[in-house]
Structure formats: structure tokens, C-alpha cells
Design a protein around this ligand. Structure first.
Ligand code: F6P
Length: 342
């Protein structure tokens, strides 16, 4: 191919720019034109498209965000959308696409590939919920950021004899919560995969304080976590562009319950978008470079409908049709590890 397109879609994640830079470098080396599509699929339809230059991708391996900008597009939700996208891609002479995104974005890649347009996926989301890859670009940086926050919050929790609830991202899966809880030495990690009981949470905190003499506790809760009795409900009536409920608020709800039921002072800290905004850690930059390099090879090698995923220490091609729509969920053994230290 002599002219390929690149797009970033879904929530931004640290390391995305390192992905763009890798594909660009491969193109420049091979004398291939790289067309940047700005503002995701909506940007394609609005002709927010131009050739990327060496200057565009200089000095970006270490930056968060995406130079192509991103959004959650509704394109590909309706039958016939692939044809609309193909017409727009043809208008710009684009022969194949590299799509950098998470679960929703890779559904789109798969639909486009099925319609006969050559395209490949690069796994990128802080949630790490994409099947077919052990890690997604951005996840390790988010875990690092949350761990750092837990390390810092410990001081104020201890100084004030408080229970500190820390709300992190994770709509349907709790990878960020579990891994940062392990690394940050939190006492509990509450995640969407395993609905919890507020009574059991309170029992555990009470035991820590009365039996083990602790004067503070730290609980990490994923934004999509639910309790078995319907006390903590993450869903609001406000919806995002894709019609999904906007999340956020389980942390304050839990802190309130703990104060009321135990009489301990409790506070919530929501880490929010800071989790997506840190400069990528080295391992994310390296992962980004490796999976994007592989994606470019796949596309130029004529393999469409594939994701460049991490399997052990190797980057391998995985058929998108086998993984899209399947979430990589936290397993019992990972959750157990997070509980062990409470
Ligand atoms: O990138 C995925 C994610 O981090 C989810 O955990 C979270 O629910 C979502 O982004 C929120 O992002 P936005 O408000 O940008 O849609």
C-alpha cells in the first residue's frame, strides 16, 4: 500500500502518540503516505483529514493524549455505516487503515474489515479490558498513576484516622482497581466482576481497626462496581454519546455508608481523568511501539481484520472476529491477590 490512514478512537490513553509515531516512522521509511484522520470517525465524515509529516510525530513518544484527537463515534452502529466510511476513505485515496482503540473501536475495525476494506487494530485503552491481548496501551500508566495516588493518600488517611475510599475508572472490568490495589497496598478492591456486600466491607474494616489495631484503611473501588443489595448504584440518568450511562459516584456513596454504619470518619477521592493524562511510563511506550510496528506489518502483509496483541513476551496477530465483544475480565485469582493483604 502506498497511502494508509490512521485514526484514534474511544477514550484517550497514554502511549497513543507512541503508536502514531511508530506507524508514521514505518511509513516514512517505506515511502508510504500516512493520512491522519482527526477527531475519530466523525472527523473522517467531516473531512478532518491530512497527510502527517515528520514534524507532526517528532517529540511525542513521551506525551499523553493523542495528536489526532479522539471521540466516541456512533459510526458503525447502524447497518450500512461501513459503506459510508468506505466512500469517505476512498475520497481521500486511503487504501488501508490502522485503528488505535479499545473494545468499541475494534468492533468498528472488525466491521470495516468484514466489508472488504483492509484494516488492522492496535489495542489501546486504560481499562485493559480488550480480549486477545494481555495488555493494552495506557493501562500500565494508569496503574502507575493510581498506585502513586494510593501511596500519597495513605499519609492523610493515617494522620486523620480515616477510611479513604479511592474511586478509579473501570466501567465493566476492574483491572485498574485490582492491580493498583495490589501495588499500593490497599485493604480492599471492589470491582464490577464481583458484586460486594456493604456489610462485609464494613465487617472487614471494623476487624482491621478493632482486632488489628489499625487506625486507617484504604479501599479502591472501580466506577462500575455494584453491591449485592442495591445500595451502591453506579448508574446515573445522564448518558454519554453512545447512550451508555455516565459513571462516577460510587466512591462517595460507599464512604457515606461506611461513616453511617461504622461511625468512622470516611472520605472519597475520585482519581478521574488524571488516570488517562499522565505521561506514558516506559513500558507503555515500548508496548505501543511493538504492537504498532506489528500492526503496520500485518496491514502491509495483506492481513486485514487482525489485532496486534501481546501474548506473553511476544506480539502476535489475533483475528478481531474472535475477540470483539468479549471482555477480558478480572479472574478470581487476581481478585484474591488484591484481598490477601487487607
Ligand atoms: O477509556 C475508558 C474509560 O476510561 C472508562 O473506564 C470510563 O468509563 C470512560 O473511559 C469515561 O470516559 P469518557 O467520559 O471520555 O467517555
Amino acid at each position: 500500500m502506498k497511502r494508509i490512514g490512521i485514526i484514534t478512537s474511544g477514550g484517550d490513553a497514554p502511549g497513543t502518540n507512541a503508536c502514531i509515531r511508530t506507524v508514521a516512522r514505518r511509513c516514512f521509511y517505506d515511502g508510504v503516505e500516512l493520512v491522519g484522520i482527526f477527531d475519530s470517525w466523525d472527523g473522517l465524515l467531516a473531512d478532518k483529514v491530512r497527510l502527517l509529516t515528520r514534524d507532526d510525530v517528532t517529540g511525542i513518544v513521551q506525551t499523553a493524549g493523542t495528536i489526532l484527537r479522539s471521540s466516541r463515534s456512533r459510526l458503525f452502529l447502524a447497518p450500512g455505516d461501513a459503506e459510508i466510511a468506505k466512500t469517505a476513505l476512498a475520497k481521500h485515496g486511503i487504501e488501508g487503515m490502522v485503528v488505535i482503540g479499545g473494545n468499541g473501536s475494534q468492533v468498528a475495525t472488525s466491521i470495516l474489515a468484514d466489508s472488504g476494506f483492509p484494516c488492522v487494530g492496535v489495542p489501546k485503552t486504560i481499562d485493559n479490558d480488550l480480549a486477545g491481548t494481555e495488555l493494552t496501551v495506557g493501562f500500565l500508566t494508569a496503574v502507575e498513576m493510581c498506585t502513586h495516588a494510593l501511596d500519597n493518600l495513605r499519609a492523610t488517611a493515617e494522620s486523620h484516622n480515616r477510611v479513604m475510599v479511592v474511586e478509579v475508572m473501570g466501567r465493566n472490568v476492574g483491572w485498574i482497581a485490582v492491580e493498583s490495589a495490589i501495588a499500593g497496598g490497599a485493604d480492599l478492591a471492589l470491582i464490577p466482576e464481583f458484586p460486594f456486600s456493604v456489610d462485609e466491607v464494613c465487617d472487614k474494616i471494623r476487624t482491621r481497626h478493632t482486632t488489628y489495631g489499625r487506625n486507617y484503611s484504604i479501599i479502591v473501588i472501580a466506577e462500575g462496581a455494584v453491591d449485592r443489595d442495591g445500595v451502591i448504584d453506579p448508574k446515573s440518568n445522564v448518558q454519554d454519546k453512545l447512550g451508555r450511562p455516565k459513571l462516577g459516584g460510587v466512591g462517595p456513596m460507599l464512604a457515606r455508608e461506611i461513616e453511617e454504619r461504622l461511625g468512622y470518619d470516611a472520605r472519597n477521592t475520585t482519581l478521574g481523568y488524571l488516570q488517562r493524562s499522565a505521561a506514558p511510563v516506559a513500558s507503555d511506550r515500548i508496548l505501543a511501539t511493538r504492537v504498532s510496528d506489528k500492526a503496520y506489518d500485518l496491514l502491509q502483509g495483506g492481513q486485514s481484520g487482525m489485532l496486534a496483541g501481546l501474548a506473553g513476551r511476544e506480539v502476535k496477530a489475533v483475528a478481531l472476529k474472535d475477540i470483539v465483544g468479549k471482555e477480558k475480565r478480572v479472574t478470581k485469582s487476581w481478585a484474591r491477590l488484591a484481598e490477601l493483604f487487607g
